[in-house]
Design a binder for this molecule. Sequence first.
Ligand SMILES: [Zn+2]
Length: 424
Amino acid sequence: MESGLEEVLLESQHAQEGCGPINLVGLRDSKSLRQQVFEQVRANGQVSRAMIARTLNVSPGSVTSITAELIAEGYLREVEGAAREAGRGRPPVALQVVPEVKRVIGIKISDERHTAVLTDFAGQVVASAALDIPTTKKPVATILDELEELVSRLMTTAGLPFSAVSGISVGISGVVDHSCGVVTWSPLIVETEVAMEQAIADRFNCPAHLENDANMLTLAELWFGAGRSRKDFAVVTVEHGVGMGMVINNQLYRGTRGMGMELGHIKVQLDGALCRCGQRGCLEAYLADYALAREASTALGISRNNPQSLPVMLETLYEKAKSGNRGARTIFQRAGRYLAVGLSNIINLFDPELIILSGERMRFDYLYAAEVLAETHSLTLNQARPRSKIEIQTWDDLVWARGAAALALSELTNRVFGETKLPA
Ligand SMILES: [Zn+2]
């Protein structure tokens, strides 16, 4: 796995030079040329006018007049280009986004710890903050109070007033209808059918957007990670549940009712193990944290006294497996085989260029051992053709908030440069 991880790290470093999807061809019809020019600059970090004209296939004259406007409005600025031919006169002039012209906040609502990042208009993280909270299911009003505390910490860390913020995006687990900003159901909220986007906008007096957490992770990969240069890719995450996000033609696929991509609840066994959703035989019931914990307590007698001990318990199970305990290894290997079933189903259905296994739990390397990858491919059709690539992305716990910030940036960019609400 060593070389694979190095590759991912390199891609992440590369991402610091710009952000947002690189291949924007599929989105051109729906965006103004002004927005396309701005996004080209942001995606590249720094780029010359000539390069923008070549990439967008428009005349250098129109790029010159649009960039003059964007500079006058304070969105872009000229910098000395990186490539300089020795002794050949002036260095080439490049353009970059003026980072401090706009800022957005991305937030992940969680059951133990809310996290937030403040991101500038160039996509760089300016500050981050976290808030440890009681792990009970709460009314929305309580969560809004917690978010206020979190945002106040964030702005203090950044040394900026809240008036510097142009948008907030929030991600939460559960069934989220992005189009109307409603949380239909979430394991973290007491109420159902909550108009949370509006509640957040009202509380902060700021444009707000809402998304489910797997989609946030997928946006993080699309904007900052291994998905930047891919047109079609899937993201799979194994945590408290099993999540999936899908990018098709550079755009997040959300389904019609915010219910798509529920990989965790595809059935892998008729009348099988009981899932959190109340149905039986779901993939999640064999693979998620709680499934591993259930097996660990029956097979190894590792006790689980309260919900907070779940991460500790999984860590114990992982250490046992690493030190050669056969029972603990069997639990991970079995979970890995179920993950292979899920991954091969994604490949059989969508044939993506790349599947990214992402999230904090990816440190449990049994879940992406050589056997798991081999089993995935053996369960996939068209074995004679090139295989879909599977990459592991290990992030810190800010990745979710960064994905939320990507949504806020994307929505803000649409507001600044166009009238219509476009897909992120
Ligand atoms: Zn289920």
